[in-house]
Design a protein around this ligand. Structure first.
Ligand SMILES: Cc1cc2nc3c(=O)[nH]c(=O)nc-3n(C[C@H](O)[C@H](O)[C@H](O)COP(=O)(O)O)c2cc1C
Length: 182
């Protein structure tokens, strides 16, 4: 059984990105998903001075260990002001101080969704550009616009064209997991 870590890069209690990431992870064959909630990893806002004074918080190590111990990662990004949510960026900043290798070259599926027509495309592009640096295989991405119109609980993506595109990304993630997800 492959272990998949999945989370919405959002701290909203009813995060649609958490729902979408969980859904995607549940479709991966031969795997169990572990769904993370970023609220469980809330830390002081990163600053180099804070790190010098107090060190790196235990929660950052806890998050990093979750990444280290899994076979693959599914993240769905919420977009705030064309960028990462503060909740995700803070965790990213802290874990990037533990060691240079943040994602351990794990197979990843990067997603985004929003209630609007762009589906969080800006943040997904930004995340792909940053995260793909140092990853040796192709990272699949997919952005779902108009979440409330295009997604139904227990069904998934109901628009057939969007679902086809999503499945292509999911299949590449599955292939990468089989090849590199040890
Ligand atoms: C402070 C804030 C800024 C936002 N900025 C954007 C934005 O730049 N682009 C966008 O498409 N949606 C933006 N949104 C809408 C969110 O993408 C939308 O609320 C989405 O549901 C968030 O996903 P979540 O439910 O997983 O948190 C913003 C929402 C908030 C609260």
């Amino acid at each position: 059984m492959k272990k998949i870590i999945a989370f919405g890069a959002s701290s909203s209690k009813n995060s649609i990105n958490k729902v979408f990431a969980s859904h995607a992870a549940s479709l991966v064959d031969g795997s169990e998903s572990i769904i993370l909630d970023l609220n469980d990893f809330e830390m002081p806002i990163f600053s180099v001075d804070r790190q010098d004074e107090f060190g790196i918080p235990d929660l950052a190590f806890k998050f990093k260990n979750k990444i280290k111990s899994c076979n693959g990662i599914v993240i769905s990004f919420a977009e705030h002001n064309s960028s990462y949510t503060a909740a995700f960026k803070n965790i990213f900043d802290w874990i990037s101080r533990i060691e240079k290798d943040v994602w351990y070259n794990k197979p990843m599926l990067l997603l985004s969704t929003s209630d609007g027509k762009r589906g969080g495309r800006n943040v997904l592009k930004m995340a792909y550009s940053r995260i793909s640096r140092g990853i040796t295989h192709k990272i699949p991405i997919f952005s779902l616009p108009f979440f409330y119109e295009n997604f139904k609980t227990n069904v998934g993506i109901i628009d057939s064209d969007l679902n086809l595109e999503f499945k292509k990304s999911l299949n590449l993630f599955q292939e990468n997991l089989d090849l590199y997800g040890n």
